[in-house]
Design a binder for this molecule. Structure first.
Ligand SMILES: CC(C)(COP(=O)(O)OP(=O)(O)OC[C@H]1O[C@@H](n2cnc3c(N)ncnc32)[C@H](O)[C@@H]1OP(=O)(O)O)[C@@H](O)C(=O)NCCC(=O)NCCS
Length: 154
């Protein structure tokens, strides 16, 4: 674990897109291109937040999309040098707070079956394994679908 990093939470701005695309290459095998981040920024029903260090440099990011009463976690990542510092957990809490505040019923995500670190994080937060989507990723690998219910009556 790196030393504790003080970060601030804020909304994503168009000027962040380049840094997001650069971070994405470090974080994912199938990175979103810069243009995709830009299109997500202004798409309807979206909720996005980033954590930045005291110098304003990107440390972690969260992209979500509403699908009816489900808040879908499209993307969550922490820059490699800041992992195991609680940033991923914090962003997942931010997503859940948003889902509750908007009277959402569930949060859902897909994660590679091989991504045991992320699965550990989600299970620790109460996400349940709902099933497997075969060949979900561009390289044809499978995704585990995980959901957390946040509304008792839903
Ligand atoms: C998954 C990811 C977002 C976690 O971010 P993070 O900031 O390191 O997560 P946190 O520090 O909040 O971790 C919280 C808990 O999750 C679990 N966890 C996180 N990464 C883990 C790992 N590599 N191995 C085992 N457990 C892990 C641990 O229980 C951890 O608590 P601990 O550090 O007290 O043991 C980060 O590893 C990442 O960006 N990975 C690449 C992108 C990715 O896979 N995103 C998810 C796609 S679905």
């Amino acid at each position: 674990m790196t030393e504790r990093l003080r970060t601030s939470l804020r909304a994503v701005q168009p000027g962040d897109v380049r840094a997001l695309a650069a971070a994405e290459v470090e974080c994912f095998e199938d990175p979103w291109p810069e243009a995709y981040f830009a299109s997500e920024l202004f798409a309807p029903g979206r909720f996005q937040r980033i954590l930045v260090d005291p110098a304003g440099v990107l440390a972690a990011y969260l992209f979500t999309a509403w699908q009816y009463l489900d808040l879908h976690i499209l993307k969550i990542a922490t820059l490699p040098e800041h992992r195991r510092n609680g940033l991923g957990r914090r962003l997942m809490a931010v997503a859940e707070e948003h889902a509750r505040a908007m009277a959402g019923e569930t949060l859902t995500l897909e994660v590679r079956l091989t991504n045991t670190g992320a699965i550990t994080l989600y299970e620790s937060l109460g996400y349940e394994r709902m099933g497997v989507r075969r060949g979900y990723y561009a390289d044809n690998s499978d995704a585990l679908v995980m959901t957390k219910r946040v509304c008792a009556s839903g």
